[in-house]
Design a protein around this ligand. Sequence first.
Ligand code: LMR
Length: 333
Amino acid sequence: MVKTVRAVVTGATGQVAYALLPRIAAGEMFGPEVEVDLRLADIPPMIEKAKGVVMELEDGAYPLLSRVSASADRAESHHDADWVLLVGSVPRGPGMERGDLIRKNGPIFVEEGKAITAHGSKDVRVVVVGNPCNTNCLIARHSAGAKVPDDRWTALTRLDQNRARSLLAQRAKVPVRDVKKLAIWGNHSATLYPDFTNAQVAGKRATDIVDRAWLETEFIPAVQQRGAAVIAARGASSAFSAAQAIVDHVRGLVQKTPDDDWTSLAVVSDGSYGVPAGLVSSFPCRVSDRGAGNGTFEIVQGITLSDFARAKIDATIAELEREREIVKDLLAS
Ligand code: LMR
């Protein structure tokens, strides 16, 4: 029997969604045996434009696209939704940090949390993309309440993982597929920590292959600043690389993680590695056989963190705590 997934994309008329929607329709996110009921959600002034995107999706005659619709009414778009991809938000411009958007975008995620708890399916899974995505996820998770438990909420740091892998592969002169276990810790921000100390390159420790000074002084800042570099060069924030990361993120949740790798997800901390419980932080995660298919993941345990790694993680967690303080009024419910 063919399975159907009901998937919502908010901010459906934005650039990221424009790169993402055809890939979902083509089956790249949920796999070749899963039909998709794709719901485009946006704010009322954008719905006419969203109808044009619906037409393009129809015109693609995607065999796996069982239904496509657009609505500004969350009761309609989110009805029984299995996956809600929260892309819609104000993007940052040149010279801004993602955290500068926190008071502008935070209230959007209060409403998104309410809509998900009111209308989503009982097993709904949520991916927060709009920035600052960790703290927006925290806000939405709080506003959704107990009906949508902690393990349903994730935010996107796969874009950072992909960037880090690509940069390290270039430096080591190996194909990207040879870089493994390169996890992102903490915030999707200029403090994120790409943990090269546990990463592997072609089956060896990355630090045995690549110069440590480069890793510490060039690699880390390059990954941290890559989003800003794209904005400076393009005059707009990343779009299709973000879409690629969203596909990878969800694909990584519905499939078993390869035994020799990890997937970076920002998730609600359970206190692992001393990250305060409740904060939405990126960790190395795995999907086991048991979890494969429904978005169930676990934080990888037992990773050795050097003093260097610990200090970097502490700094990014401190930033997440500061962000939580800035939005504490939005976490009141
Ligand atoms: C990115 O990392 O490219 C996105 O989060 C957009 C941004 O503001 O950097």
